[in-house]
Design a protein around this ligand. Structure first.
Ligand SMILES: [Zn+2]
Length: 155
């Protein structure tokens, strides 16, 4: 014997609605089916904990700063001189700090590479500047030495 879910009145199993309060009875057509919508699908395995959800959580996340580090460090060699190296080193340090705080993050290798390439880029830039200053120095000193030589010439 069924009873009304709303008011508790005894209902016939074939009652479409409670005669007392109008609550849908045992024979009532589900609202979703009456409206033409398909019935809600049964819980499928993909929504159960332990399958997709945990797989997504288990996929290692790469620290974004590690990627930024290596991109900037490499970009240094493609026209973004100095800034690329400095950003590569700075982003690499940030990435290493974040990865140290959250060991599930990936990218420690990328961050290390970014820092190394950043320093290499800085080193090459310094070498280039030293060479350039040296060449300029030789050039300017040779021209300076010529001027007094001419001035020494007696009238
Ligand atoms: Zn009722």
């Amino acid at each position: 014997m069924a009873a009304c879910l709303n008011c508790g009145r005894d209902l016939s199993p074939r009652a479409v609605a409670c005669p007392q309060c109008g609550e849908p009875g045992p024979a009532a057509v589900p609202a979703g089916a009456a409206a033409g919508y398909p019935p809600p699908p049964p819980a499928s395995p993909v929504h159960q904990p332990g399958s997709v959800g945990s797989v997504m959580a288990a996929v290692p996340r790469t620290e974004p700063f590690a990627i930024a580090s290596i991109v900037c460090a490499v970009a240094n060699f493609f026209g973004i001189f100095l800034i690329g190296s400095i950003l590569g080193i700075v982003f690499g340090k940030i990435a290493q700090k974040n990865i140290a705080q959250n060991p599930s993050l990936e990218g420690s290798g990328l961050a290390r590479m970014g820092i190394i390439i950043g320093w290499v880029g800085l080193g090459l830039l310094i070498v280039f500047l030293v060479l350039a200053v040296g060449v300029l120095g030789v050039f300017s000193s040779s021209t300076e030495s010529d001027v007094p030589a001419r001035l020494i010439i007696p009238d």
